[in-house]
Ligand binder design. Structure first.
Ligand SMILES: Nc1ncnc2c1ncn2[C@@H]1O[C@H](COP(=O)(O)OP(=O)(O)OP(=O)(O)O)[C@@H](O)[C@H]1O
Ligand SMILES: [Mg+2]
Length: 371
């Protein structure tokens, strides 16, 4: 490996973490100063992988703009980790091209890519202390000792683990190990940050805290980031765009708002936000050309209770949600949900229901928006 160390780094003793991009030292880059910029985007085209006779990744195209955060969201086994490992260089693709900035990195090993990855299973070295684990990627890149110490200190502070610097990974909790893995990635100050379920083992409060912290760092430094998750709330709250994966493919990629408002397929609709699906005949009497075999998607916020509506329903359940109630309504054999602020209706009572905007799906694809 080329020694990319420069003396510049030695002056960084009291600099905050990840602010001085000029001192960043990617492996395999003979001239860091020339190659450093906050404008490294990521491009993936035609990425494929067959494992155990199955097309686990079946042709992924993904463009992540410089400084953008894109989530890969999808159910277990849909190929998220496999995709990320190929982007990071830990797994060789059967086909496809991966570009970071203007460099084709498809055939480069992970240490020669300007990226860092946090693994789903942490992959910490058990014989090293927490601080040594975080320092490891800097040691392999021969970053000067003083700079390494400062960057490790700052990274551990970032994830709230300063007090565990000298602990072994086996002596800390799963959530703490996960944060060590995160520190080990951000300490490298990568152009492209690849995170595989980095929050899955944190408790609810810590999860939101670390999530917001990842977003804050990522935005401040403009690090191009791909984060794998199967948690829609996580994806919706930190992403510039979300790519919904299904069976080795990206089914839709869009902003959180667009994905929620106009899910292109029933699969995406079922994965993002809360919604009821009812048969097409439910909408008879509307001006739309809705067929009996169509599926109509109704979001709870598009359902209002009003006595004078001809569409009748029975209140089946009332779920307390804090500042509002979620009212479950039975209408024929369909179930609808509505959010009600103020006193909810009594269970068993009959009520009129009015629908706002609903989405009509034909053969699984969004066909019409009906208001
Ligand atoms: N080495 C392998 N040999 C055979 N099949 C594999 C191998 N690695 C992964 N798979 C299969 O490929 C599919 C996708 O795996 P992958 O780990 O990418 O899923 P994932 O989307 O990350 O799921 P999760 O949310 O559970 O982490 C799974 O069905 C998995 O069993
Ligand atoms: Mg996975």
């Amino acid at each position: 490996m080329t020694d990319t160390t420069t003396q510049k780094g030695d002056q960084m003793t009291d600099a905050p973490l990840l602010t001085d991009r000029a001192t960043r030292l990617p492996a395999g880059s003979p001239d860091p100063a020339e190659d450093r910029s906050a404008s490294t985007g990521l491009s993936v085209h035609g990425l494929r992988k067959t494992l155990g006779g199955r097309d686990v990744v079946a042709g992924i195209d993904l463009d992540v703009a410089p400084g953008e955060l894109v989530s890969l969201l999808g159910p277990s086994g849909c190929g998220k980790t496999t995709t990320l490992r190929m982007v990071a260089g830990f797994l060789t693709a059967d086909a496809g091209v991966v570009t970071m900035g203007d460099r084709d990195v498809t055939t480069l090993g992970p240490e020669r890519r300007p990226s860092a990855m946090v693994f789903q299973n942490y992959a910490l070295w058990p014989h090293m202390t927490v601080a040594q684990n975080v320092a490891f990627p800097l040691r392999t890149r021969r970053v000067p000792k003083a700079q390494t110490a400062e960057r490790v200190r700052a990274a551990l502070e970032l994830v709230g683990l300063t007090h565990h610097a000298t602990s072994k990974p086996t002596a800390i909790s799963g959530g703490e190990q996960q944060r060590v893995a995160l520190a080990r990635a951000v300490v490298q100050e990568p152009d492209v940050l690849l995170l595989d379920e980095p929050l899955s083992n944190l408790d609810a409060k810590l999860r939101v805290g670390v999530r917001d912290e990842i977003r804050r760092i990522q935005q401040r430094l403009g690090i191009t980031t791909v984060i794998v998750t199967h948690d829609q709330d996580e994806a919706l709250s930190i992403s510039d765009r979300i790519a919904v994966m299904h069976d080795g493919r990206i089914e839709q990629i869009a902003t959180p708002a667009a994905l929620y408002a106009r899910p292109a397929t029933l699969f995406v609709a079922g994965f993002i936000g809360s919604a009821s699906t009812v048969a097409g005949r439910f909408l008879t009497g509307t001006p739309a050309t809705v067929g009996a075999d169509d599926t109509v998607l109704v979001r709870p916020e598009q359902v209002t209770l009003c006595e004078d509506s001809p569409l009748r329903a029975t209140v089946a359940r009332v779920l307390a949600r804090g500042h509002f109630a979620e009212v479950v309504l039975a209408a024929d054999d369909a179930e609808l949900r509505a959010y009600v602020t103020g006193p909810p209706p009594a269970v068993g009572s009959e009520t009129g229901v009015r629908l706002g905007e609903v989405l009509v799906y034909r053969d699984g694809l969004l066909a019409e928006v009906v208001r």
